[in-house]
Design a protein around this ligand. Structure first.
Ligand code: FAD
Length: 474
């Protein structure tokens, strides 16, 4: 056990009027666990970590932080990719981890709603919905670690957005503790409620800057009892878009995922694990991993087979999973590609969106621009076609020193964003701005949006004590 620093002793003394010392962690090794998000981009030790067990306890803690001018940053599962959940304030910051507030309070198959505490791991919330015959459709590669509060604060997307929408579309109600300790209670399962401003929308996607979400009422859906997965090869992104458009019309809008993978991405997966095989014999430039799902009386398999038989003019080859295990093997290719693309080192991780109709032109322009500016780098392109959301990542050549690599990543991002601007796209489709994308955001945001955003921040947090410096600076 390391001795407490003077600053830590003074903080504990200040907070002692509000919360028991037992919810405060101060040990060096303990703090290390809360010091870095999964991207590894930012690493900073908080002054201490508070782990409240209830909304009341968090409210008292925040009230005390407000009285004593203590900077706070909320933390969920630390799977965020823009450095927003890691302590970074120059005055020092305490982390509030929601991990002890992790109960699923209810799942109701008449309201088709569930109420979950913010610290609940997404996978557990999904399992609770499943056990009640329901589907919580937020589906992310990080779902074993990310937490509901983090999903709400980042307005998380994922594989099923094209069918069910972003997290924002799934939130019926919220409860949050404000930066001065007051509790804002909007935790309702009402489907329709037009009384005045819809304040919950402000918390969703606010990256922890307006309040700390403590619980959420989320929409759930009938759990699909049929899921069909297909891995398809196409000649171009244009063909993938045509297939997507036809599939929406001809498959009764039952597509729940439509993932694009360019050949270099598939090769990352195939070269990383000896047990993975190319599901198709020949090489193709573009692949789509598509999923249809449905509950009730519908012949989903027949629908998919009939659709693909008619799509022979654009689909070059393909396989439909014949079992759950085979479907999981197909999804594993995508998962391994995401995990291994950077070979464990730094790389440009982008998360951009363009209008769906411009995806093909954007990728063509971006890849040509990157081939000119960084011919030695390897672009890996994949994404959620139905959302116009692409991860066009750039892997530096091996053997670069860390400074050269950082410089290359920065330059490649500028090249990519310049092309994106021409196509009217967004520099952040899913992950948010945090601290990492702040410069790129501020150089693009229009002055009216920025001024209104600053006023909203001032209304919720006039002293900028919560997540100060995320999205924009004071
Ligand atoms: C392998 C992998 C796959 C991913 N796939 C996707 C994807 O498909 N789509 C997608 O959108 N994202 C994806 N992500 C990013 C990440 O998982 C999401 O952003 C997720 O929603 C973050 O949740 P978290 O609990 O880990 O939040 P954290 O990383 O802990 O925090 C993220 C932000 O939320 C704030 N926050 C956390 N909890 C609260 C709270 N209770 N109240 C207020 N603010 C809070 C933090 O301060 C921070 O600003 C992926 C990440 C990984 C590593």
């Amino acid at each position: 056990m390391n001795p407490l620093s003077t600053l830590q002793q003074s903080l504990i003394a200040k907070l002692a009027d509000a919360v028991p010392a037992s919810i405060l962690l101060t040990g060096t090794e303990e703090l290390e666990r809360y010091s870095c998000d999964i991207s590894g981009i930012r690493h900073a030790r908080p002054l201490l970590v508070a782990r409240p067990g209830s909304t009341g306890e968090l409210s008292r803690l925040m009230g005390s932080c407000h009285r004593h001018d203590i900077q706070v940053v909320p933390q969920g599962g630390l799977t965020g990719l823009v450095g927003a959940a890691v302590a970074s304030h120059p005055a020092g910051e305490i982390v509030v981890s929601l991990e002890r507030m992790d109960r699923v309070r209810s799942v109701d198959a008449i309201d088709y709603a569930m109420v979950v505490e913010a610290g609940c791991v997404l996978e557990r919330a999904k399992a609770a919905a499943d056990a009640a015959g329901c589907l919580l459709p937020i589906t992310l590669g990080s779902q074993g670690s990310c937490r509901i509060g983090g999903n709400i604060a980042t307005n998380a997307g994922g594989f099923n957005v094209l069918r069910y929408g972003m997290t924002r579309d799934l939130v019926l109600g919220l409860e949050a503790v404000l930066p001065d300790g007051r509790v804002w209670d909007g935790l309702r399962v009402l489907r329709k409620d037009n009384r005045g401003y819809d304040l919950k929308q402000l918390f969703i996607g606010s990256e922890g800057t307006l309040g700390i979400v403590t619980a959420a009422a989320l929409k759930v859906f009938p759990r699909p009892d049929q899921v069909e997965t297909a891995f398809l090869a196409l000649g171009s992104i244009e063909a993938a878009l045509e297939l997507y458009s036809r599939a929406r019309r001809e498959c009764s809008d039952l597509i729940s995922a439509f993932e694009l993978i360019l050949r270099p991405g598939l090769e990352v997966a195939l070269n990383s694990r000896a047990d993975l095989r190319d599901p198709l014999g020949d090489r193709h430039p573009v692949y789509v991993l598509a999923e249809l799902s449905a509950a009730g009386r519908i012949d989903l398999r027949g629908l998919l087979e009939g659709f693909l038989a008619d799509a022979g003019d654009i689909v070059q080859d393909g396989v439909i999973a014949s079992s759950r295990a085979q479907a999981e093997r197909l999804w594993l290719l995508r998962e391994v590609m995401v995990d291994r693309q950077g070979r464990g080192g730094p790389y440009l991780r982008s998360d951009v969106s363009v209008p769906i109709s411009r995806l093909a032109a954007f990728v063509a322009d971006a890849l040509s621009a990157l081939a000119l500016s960084h011919p030695d780098a390897t672009p890996i392109t994949y994404g959620h076609v139905g959302d116009g959301n692409l991860h066009l990542n750039v892997i530096p050549p091996q053997g670069m020193n860390p400074n050269e690599m950082a410089q290359m990543i920065h330059e490649a991002e500028e090249v990519l964003f310049e092309v994106l601007d021409r196509h009217g796209g967004s520099i952040s489709a899913e992950h948010g701005i945090g601290t990492v994308k702040q410069q790129a955001y501020l150089s693009r945001v229009d002055p009216v949006t920025l001024e209104l955003s600053r006023r909203i921040k001032d209304a919720f947090d006039p002293r900028h004590l919560l997540s100060d410096g995320r999205i924009f600076n004071r």
